[in-house]
Design a binder for this molecule. Structure first.
Ligand SMILES: *[C@@H]1O[C@H](CO)[C@@H](O)[C@H](O)[C@H]1NC(C)=O
Ligand SMILES: *[C@@H]1O[C@H](CO)[C@@H](O)[C@H](O)[C@H]1NC(C)=O
Ligand SMILES: *[C@@H]1O[C@H](CO)[C@@H](O)[C@H](O)[C@H]1NC(C)=O
Length: 446
């Protein structure tokens, strides 16, 4: 060894020491402690190739297919506003990762006069809440979780489209009181576009990464469950989706865009109406095929709630119904739309009742099995997200479909099995990777 090497060796412990210190800072600081991030998990962006999701590696060259097992926790931004509750957000993301899940869908909106509204009035933001959203994104990336960020609610919770209509009226603009004006009135559309622009071009205050450049964002979702008040508004909704999806793409070339549909077939595809849960579903102004076929919509989104859609059916009828619902949408994705289909909300109220927990598992497993079968054939069933998961201390966000998964061992196990079997068939390169003992898929055999 020459003198040159010796110099290196003297220097080496110092370098190791500094790196170790940085790593410890990064990994082990209390969750609410903020400091500039010096190193971030490397991730590729998610794209599509025909009916599959693919991750494009850093170099932009190599594509690998991914199938999604994920979950919803709509409350992450809200809980990230205060320092004290941020640990619940970290815990939720960590536990999601511990179940092998890779995608979480959450609200990137809170409009109006709620205590933690992000948008207080059109184009006016509460920086404190925005920093909460920044935190959610940074924490997700730490755990290699990607986020589907929904941009507005169809429902009134957290403001929603009704809040936008109210803002326009308060500004003295002559808009009809029907919430359908959300989709058509130029002033309201301009409000919503300003909102999209503020979010998509936001620079994360913690990581310094622009949202439009953030690989931990899986996709933008235009609206949670768009519906119209009048069935005659269907063309208006269609035009709105076209315009807004195009607008997102004009600001952000890297991320996927989806609508946020429940997946009902509308009056334009009346031949499919037998798949709907009832006659009512065709007259909500949305249409799974037409809406999802829009060019700038990269993948189709579908929800599934047999317990609330056909509440009086017995378990077997619900499971059969659900099977048919999932088959129909996967087939549309494969043969009509030629796009991936993601079941972005799958909910079962039966999980609430401990005695009937197993029933909830049957419905969830029905969807999981369909996704797995589709994925094995490289077909359009690209994944499913359970609605919704909580951690201890977030019970206030509960609804009839919410659960703390690890309190329900059979459901917990089902989720992990789905994560692992999808991962196994996702990327060829990853199948042979030796799993760490702490990996949830370590030792899993199917
Ligand atoms: C899409 O996938 C096909 C089949 O695996 C592959 O041959 C093709 O190169 C991919 N397309 C792109 C743009 O990477
Ligand atoms: C508001 O709009 C409606 C429908 O476009 C129109 O009939 C009405 O005259 C307008 N009212 C005012 C005060 O401009
Ligand atoms: C549309 O809605 C109207 C009013 O609610 C109803 O009378 C009509 O039957 C609906 N049209 C269809 C084709 O469902």
């Amino acid at each position: 060894m020459g003198p040159f090497c010796r110099d290196h060796r003297n220097f080496y412990p110092l370098v190791v020491g500094v790196l170790t210190l940085l790593a410890l800072l990064y990994l082990d600081f209390p969750d609410h402690f903020s400091f500039p991030i010096l190193w971030q998990t490397k991730m590729g962006f998610v794209g599509t190739n025909s009916t599959r999701f693919v991750v494009v590696d850093g170099g932009g060259m190599e594509e690998s297919t991914v199938y999604v097992n994920g979950w919803n926790s709509y409350w992450l931004m809200e809980e990230s506003v205060w320092g004290d509750s941020r640990s619940r957000v970290s815990r939720m993301l960590r536990r999601g990762a511990e179940m092998g899940m890779s995608v979480c869908r959450t609200w990137a909106f809170s409009d109006g006069d709620g205590p933690n509204a992000l948008q207080i009035s059109p184009g006016v933001f509460d920086e404190r809440v925005f920093q909460g959203l920044d935190y959610v994104i940074v924490e997700a990336r730490k755990r290699r979780i990607r986020l589907i960020l929904s941009l507005v609610n169809n429902l009134n919770a957290f403001g929603g489209k009704a809040q936008y209509v109210k803002w326009a009226q308060e500004a003295g603009i002559n808009v009809s009181s029907s919430t359908d004006s959300f989709f058509s009135h130029p002033t309201i559309k301009a409000y919503y576009k300003a909102y999209i622009k503020a979010i998509v071009t936001r620079k994360n205050s913690i990581s310094g990464v622009k949202y439009s450049e953030e690989p931990a964002i899986f996709a933008w979702e235009l609206m949670n469950e768009p519906r119209c008040a009048a069935n005659s508004s269907a063309p208006v909704l269609q035009a709105w989706i076209t315009e807004m999806a195009g607008f997102v793409k004009s600001l952000d070339h890297k991320h996927l865009v989806t609508v946020g549909l429940e997946g009902f077939y509308g009056l334009k595809t009346i031949e499919r109406s037998g798949v709907n849960p009832g006659e009512w579903a065709a007259s909500l102004g949305s249409d799974f095929i037409q809406n999802s076929a829009i060019d700038n919509i990269d993948f189709a989104s579908v929800h599934a709630y047999p317990d609330s859609w056909i509440p009086h059916a017995d378990l077997e009828a619900k499971a059969n119904y659900l099977s048919h619902w999932v088959d129909s949408h996967i087939s549309d994705g494969e043969y009509v739309l030629k796009k991936p289909v993601l079941f972005t909300e799958v909910g079962s109220s039966l999980h609430r009742n401990k005695q009937r927990l197993h029933d909830g598992d049957i419905l969830l497993k029905t969807v999981y099995d369909k996704i797995y079968e589709s994925a094995k054939e490289r077909q359009a069933g690209a994944g499913a997200l359970i609605w919704q998961l909580l951690v201890e201390g977030t019970e206030e966000y509960s609804d009839q479909f919410s659960l703390i998964a690890w309190n329900h061992p059979s459901t917990y196990k089902l989720i992990i099995e789905q994560s692992c079997r999808l991962r196994r068939i996702s990327a060829k390169g990853q199948t042979n990777r030796k799993l760490h003992q702490k990996d949830p898929c370590f030792g899993q055999v199917f």
